[in-house]
Design a protein around this ligand. Structure first.
Ligand code: NAD
Ligand code: UDP
Ligand code: UDP
Length: 316
C-alpha cells in the first residue's frame, strides 16, 4: 500500500483523483485550503480509515512522509483565479516550490497539474507539446498562465539539477460532476442556466472553440502517467481532441436538458483564447491512453449531477 499526497484534493479533479487512488488500494492524504474546493466533494471519504484531510495552504511548507505527490492545488476557473491574482501566482509558484522541496527530501515522484493555458491564445493548431505558446505576461489571465508556466520551469529545473522524478501534465478543459455550480466555467454555467430556464451567456460571438474531456478519462490519464518510468517527465497534453464551438456546446446542452432557455450575448473577456485543441499523440504513445467518453454522454452525467444539486437547494 502506498501513501499518496493530493494537494487540492477537495476540488473537482482532486476529489475524483482521491476516489480512484483509494479504489486502487492506496492511502491518501488530501491537503486543501478550501478556497474553491468543498468538503462536500470528499464527504463520502471522511469515514474511510485510509483517507485523511488536512486544511493547509500550499504556499506554506508542508511536512509528511509519502510515496508520491499529485500537485493540483490552484483555483482553475477564470473568475476564481482572478479574484485574488497575487494569491493565484503564489499558489502556483510557492506551492510548486514547497511540494518540490517535499518530493526532493523524500525522493518521491511528483505530478504537476499544468494547463493548456501555457499555450495562451495559440498560433499553432492543434497544440503540440513543442509549441512554446503565446501568453500575455501582464493581462488578467497572466496570474494563472504565467504562474503555471513558472511552475513548469521549477519542475524541469528540479529534474535537471536534482534528478527528481517529475510528471508534468498539460490539462485541457475538463468537466463533470463536482464542478461548482457557480464556478463560472462554461460547462457549469450553461448547464445551470439551462436547468433554471435562464438565458445561456455566450461570450463574444460563440465561435471560439474548446475541446472538452470528461473527468473519468482525465483521472485515468493521471494514474497512468504516475506509473511511467522516471524518464517520462512530460510535458504531456491530456484532453479530448474533439473540438466544439461555444454555440455548439450551448445547443447540445439545450437539447440534452430540453430547456427553452434563450441565448444572450455578452462581451468576450480580455485575452480569451480563440481556439484550443490538444494534440494527444504523445499521451497515446507513452500512456497508451485516449479519452473514451463522448461529449453528449459526459454532459448527460453532468446535467444529472447539477439537476440533483439544484433540487436539493430548492428543498432546503
Ligand atoms: P478546483 O478549483 O475545483 O480545485 C482546486 C483545488 O485547490 C480546490 O479544492 C482549492 O480549494 C484548492 N486550492 C486552491 N488554492 C490552494 C492553496 N493555496 N492551498 C491549498 N489548496 C488550494 O479546480 P480543478 O478543476 O479541480 O483543477 C485542479 C487542478 O487542475 C488545478 O491546478 C488546475 O489549474 C488544473 N487544471 C484544471 C483544468 C480543468 O479543466 N478542470 C484544466 C487545466 C488545468
Ligand atoms: N519543504 C517542505 N516540505 C519538506 C521539505 C521542504 O515544504 O518536506 C519546503 C521548504 O520549506 C522549502 C521548499 O520546500 O521552502 C523548497 O525546498 P528545497 O529543499 O528545494 O529548498 P531549500 O530548503 O534548500 O531552499
Ligand atoms: N464562456 C461563455 N459563457 C460563459 C462562460 C464561458 O461563452 O458563461 C466562454 C469563454 O469565453 C471561453 C470558453 O467559454 O471562450 C471557455 O471558458 P472557461 O472559463 O470554461 O474556460 P477557459 O477559458 O479557461 O478555457
Amino acid at each position: 500500500m502506498k501513501r499518496v499526497l493530493v494537494t487540492g484534493g477537495g476540488g473537482f479533479l482532486g476529489s475524483h483523483l482521491c476516489d480512484q487512488l483509494l479504489e486502487r488500494g492506496n492511502e491518501v492524504i488530501c491537503i486543501d485550503n478550501f478556497f474553491t474546493g468543498s468538503k462536500r466533494n470528499i464527504r463520502h471519504l471522511l469515514n474511510n480509515e485510509y483517507f485523511e484531510v488536512i486544511r493547509h495552504d500550499v504556499t506554506f511548507p508542508f511536512y509528511a512522509e509519502v510515496d508520491a505527490i499529485y500537485n493540483l492545488a490552484c483555483p482553475a476557473s477564470p473568475i476564481h483565479y482572478q479574484h485574488d491574482p497575487i494569491q493565484t501566482t503564489k499558489t502556483s509558484v510557492h506551492g510548486a516550490i514547497n511540494m518540490l522541496g517535499l518530493a526532493k527530501r523524500l525522493g518521491v515522484p511528483i505530478f504537476q497539474a499544468s494547463t493548456s493555458e501555457v499555450y495562451g491564445d495559440p498560433d499553432i493548431h492543434p497544440q503540440t507539446e513543442e509549441y512554446w505558446g503565446n501568453v500575455n505576461p501582464i493581462g488578467p489571465r497572466s496570474c494563472y498562465d504565467e504562474g503555471k508556466r513558472c511552475a513548469e520551469t521549477l519542475f524541469f529545473d528540479y529534474r535537471r539539477q536534482l534528478n527528481l522524478s517529475i510528471k508534468v501534465a498539460r490539462i485541457f478543459n475538463t468537466y463533470g460532476p463536482r464542478m461548482q455550480q457557480d464556478d463560472g466555467r462554461v460547462v457549469s454555467n450553461f448547464i445551470v442556466q439551462a436547468l433554471k430556464g435562464e438565458a445561456l451567456t455566450i461570450f463574444g460571438d460563440g465561435g471560439q472553440t474548446r475541446s472538452f474531456c470528461y473527468v473519468d478519462d482525465m483521472i485515468d490519464a493521471f494514474l497512468r502517467f504516475m506509473e511511467t518510468p522516471p524518464e517520462v517527465t512530460g510535458p504531456i497534453n491530456l484532453g479530448n481532441p474533439v473540438e466544439t464551438t461555444m454555440l455548439e456546446l450551448a445547443q447540445t446542452i439545450l437539447d440534452l436538458t430540453g430547456s427553452k432557455s434563450k441565448l444572450v450575448y455578452k462581451a468576450l473577456p480580455e485575452d480569451d483564447p480563440r481556439k484550443r485543441q490538444p494534440d494527444i499523440s504523445l499521451a497515446k504513445e507513452l500512456l497508451k491512453w485516449q479519452p473514451t467518453a463522448n461529449l453528449k454522454d459526459g454532459l448527460l452525467k453532468t446535467v444529472r449531477y447539477f439537476d440533483a444539486g439544484l433540487r436539493r437547494t430548492e428543498t432546503i
